[in-house]
Design a binder for this molecule. Structure first.
Ligand code: THU
Length: 132
C-alpha cells in the first residue's frame, strides 16, 4: 500500500466519525509527519456554529500532541463523490507546519487524488518566517 493510500484509508475512517450534524458535510483528513508517523482527524461541529473544528485542524492537533511539528503530506476527503480542497483557514493552519515540499492531496471517494504544493494553494503566505 502506498503512503497516499494509507492516508486515504485513515481519512476515510476519520470521516466516518465526523461530528457534522449541522452542515451534514463530513470531512476526514490524514497527514504524515516528517518522521513517518500518520495522524488523522475529522470535523467537529458545535451548536454555536463558529466553534466548529475542521478535519485538518484536528489532524494537526493530533500531530502536535504527539510531539511532531512538520507535515510531509496531508490528504483531505470531503463527503464525496468529488474532491474538496482545504478551506482558507486550514491552508494557513497547514502553512504553520509545512515546508516547501509539503504536498496536499485532495481525494475523491474512490481514492483518486490531485496533489498540490502548499505554495500553490496559499501563495505569498504569512507564516513563522514572517515574524523572524
Ligand atoms: N470543513 C473541513 O473540515 N475542512 C475543510 O477544509 C472545509 C470545511 C468542514 C467544516 C464544516 O464542519 C463543514 O466542513 C462544512 O463547511
Amino acid at each position: 500500500m502506498s503512503s497516499v493510500e494509507e492516508l486515504f484509508d485513515l481519512a476515510k475512517a476519520a470521516r466516518a466519525q465526523a461530528y457534522a450534524p449541522y452542515s451534514r458535510f463530513p470531512v476526514g483528513a490524514a497527514l504524515r509527519a516528517e518522521n513517518g508517523a500518520a495522524f488523522f482527524g475529522c470535523n467537529v461541529e458545535n451548536a454555536a456554529y463558529p466553534l466548529g473544528l475542521c478535519a485538518e485542524a484536528s489532524a494537526i492537533a493530533a500531530m502536535v500532541a504527539a510531539g511532531q511539528l512538520r507535515i510531509a503530506e496531508i490528504l483531505v476527503l470531503g463527503p464525496g463523490p468529488g474532491k474538496i480542497t482545504p478551506c482558507g483557514a486550514c491552508r494557513q493552519r497547514i502553512a504553520e507546519f509545512a515546508s516547501e515540499r509539503t504536498l496536499i492531496y485532495c481525494a475523491d471517494d474512490q481514492g483518486q487524488t490531485d496533489s498540490a504544493l502548499l505554495s500553490q494553494l496559499l501563495p505569498r503566505s504569512f507564516g513563522p518566517a514572517s515574524l523572524a
